[in-house]
Design a protein. Sequence first.
Lengths: 163, 165
Amino acid sequence: MTAGATYVPIATQTLGSAVSTVTFSSIPSTYTDLILVFTGSVSAGTGTNFTLNGDTGANYSLTYIYGSGSSAGSGRGSNQSNAGYEYMPTANAIHTNITHFMNYANTNTYKTILMRLNGSTVQASAQANLWRSTAAITSIALSAPSANWNTGSQFTLYGIAAA
Amino acid sequence: MANPTMTLIASYTVGSGGVSSVGFSSIPATYTDLLLKASIASSVYGEWTDNGFTLNGSNGPDITLYGTGSGAGTTADSGTDIRVQGSKATSGTFASYDIYIPNYTSSNPKSISWDGVTENNSTTALTNIGVSKITTGAVTSLSWSAGSGNFIQYTTLYLYGISNS
């Protein structure tokens, strides 16, 4: 049984070698929302991030809540030059991230991004990002500064169509 | 464009009398990710189903972040503890859970995540998110045990496969 036109795979990248940046480009505007699913690890502890449409201006902000098992808290950042992604402080530790890009092709609104971050031995976390741009999202570049995404890490971008 | 994908693999509904565990076996390896949607309740109040969720019979360390309406907290355990609603708290209420298992056919350890609510019109309600690392090979079975109680009648589980091609 299929549940309607949901979770249409747009592109997937399973890394055959370690790289510092993974990019999805030429994203079609034919869906309502995007979902990016990641599972994998990095070669050294780092805070990963992503940019949209190559924008490195101070147009990103975020608010997050987390639980580490011993403490719970919340934080935020404004006027960032990239969007915060998975916090990965330990080399080779497996993480999962599920990110929803809401109304990504709407050219009248800024883009809200909802994220579930899952560092399996680090924290359970939820995050909201904002990209202050009315451009349709056509590319996503995910970076692991001062590290690499490890071989075998998998990124899949899905399109979610309106019902 | 690839075909739409979110395919129901199997479903299960608990009958009268309840059962001590629910789950699925012989999960096909034809998808990329698994998504389990559960409406679930235990006969035991505030059941945490300690070590109760397994993949291929294995569980692992977990971290949970929760809010009760009066505060937020976090817990860490050694074995995939997922809280479900106790039917003794409010009859007829069931916890709702989404449990996501990415890249489930991989030989690598699995980092699974869940989003759940146990709202029951009382102060014992709980909204929580969690993550667990389970070291196992390709996932062919999953099981959720009720710990000291039973999963009660009308508990339902739907297992979906999501494909990236």
